[in-house]
Design a protein around this ligand. Structure first.
Ligand code: HEC
Length: 153
């Protein structure tokens, strides 16, 4: 029995070591090029700061990677979050969205933030400071309304 355990354990360790050689696929960061939402005339400093704390690790080209980004299988999960997050909404490329797209995205942000769908729960377990309290939620919702109104003007 003991031998069997040792063999199983050794195999698991080998698998763990072997998968470290599979590329994680985490997309590379890109330099800021003035298209960021931070340059949007409707942004206010508190909202920028909140998005920076709570959203940009998955929705921008400026991602801060944690130590476990180098450890599979966590790195794969991270890669899919960043990949998918960016494809839905990339705050670094805000300036490239058309007005129609911006309005659609703002509406999605409203839904996600009001319902507590974002930031993702798995992210909040590790990044407790990214949680949105009620003041942060209402700050973002007010910005969403103002930005939408001004685009429609
Ligand atoms: C840990 C990564 C992560 C963080 C942090 C995060 N998101 Fe997301 N977000 C995702 C992923 C992955 C998707 C696409 C899949 C989904 O909808 O669950 C997504 C989708 C979205 C969408 C599109 C939803 C739709 O209906 O298509 C919006 C809007 C959004 N996020 C806003 C935010 C905002 C605002 C924040 C910060 C308050 C935030 N997210 C933080 C990963 C993240």
């Amino acid at each position: 029995m003991k031998i069997l355990f040792s063999i199983v354990f050794a195999v698991l360790v080998l698998i763990f070591v072997a998968v470290q050689f599979i590329p994680s696929g985490i997309p590379a960061n890109k330099p800021e090029d003035g298209k960021s939402i931070a340059n949007d005339s409707l942004m206010t400093e508190p909202v920028i700061e909140q998005l920076r704390i709570s959203c940009i690790d998955c929705h921008s080209n400026q991602v801060t990677l944690p130590w476990y980004s180098k450890v599979a299988p966590f790195s794969w999960l991270l890669a899919s979050h960043i990949d998918e997050g960016r494809s839905h909404l990339n705050f670094s490329e805000w300036g490239l969205y058309s007005n129609r797209e911006k309005i659609g995205i703002l509406e999605e942000i409203r839904d996600e933030v009001a319902s507590g769908g974002m930031p993702l729960k798995s992210y909040l377990m590790i990044h407790r400071d990214a949680r949105l309290d009620s003041a942060a939620v209402s700050g973002i919702l007010t910005w969403v309304d103002d930005a939408t109104a001004s685009i429609l003007e």
